[in-house]
Design a protein. Structure first.
Length: 176
């Protein structure tokens, strides 16, 4: 049985989304060092020296994960961007491409997003995409520093995709 989803590359005006490989290691190590994002206790950005191991585990800047092929559902997560490109069109376009592929090519019925409840920046970014809060999984995970994570769960369902898509395309057309 072929893996679902199969490998793909998506290109937009601001980004190219492609399958992660070791050829990305140097660029991602530099990106992880920008802003020392790995020091944020409420998220999971790898240390620059840990990027090679992250790539080996197929975790990148943003990825499909928790894939449920039988139910045509997946999560978009493990998202992080170097400090200097945060709040630029990059995340919006990446999500537009990934969501479009999920709903229009893979025929997903739902795409989920999860983040630490206290990660307000991430929650606001997810909400700007048009995802709706499904709920909070309380005491969901133990973080590397020993604290207990409450996980905010969001989703976009297939019937919402056309509206979400129109909004993301509109956002990308706005002057910066």
């Amino acid at each position: 049985m072929a893996p679902w989803p199969p490998e793909f590359t998506l290109s937009g005006d601001h980004v190219t989304v492609e399958t992660l490989s070791q050829s990305h290691c140097e660029d991602l190590s530099e990106a992880a060092a920008d802003g020392e994002l790995h020091r944020l206790w409420y998220t999971s950005v790898p240390k620059p020296e840990g990027i090679a191991a992250e790539i080996d585990r197929a975790v990148g800047m943003t990825t499909y994960m928790n894939i449920d092929a039988a139910s045509r559902r997946l999560e978009i997560g493990s998202t992080w961007y170097r400090k200097s490109v945060q709040r630029t069109p990059i995340n919006t376009e990446c999500k537009l491409l990934l969501l479009g592929h999920a709903f229009e090519t893979l025929d997903c019925i739902s795409v989920e997003f999860r983040t630490h409840f206290v990660n307000i920046q991430s929650r606001q970014a997810i909400e700007r995409l048009g995802a709706k809060l499904d709920g909070v999984l309380r005491s969901h995970q133990i973080m590397p520093n020993g604290t207990i994570r409450d996980t905010a769960c969001y989703s976009i369902i297939a019937s919402e995709w056309s509206t979400v898509k129109a909004n993301l395309e509109w956002r990308l057309q706005q002057p910066r």
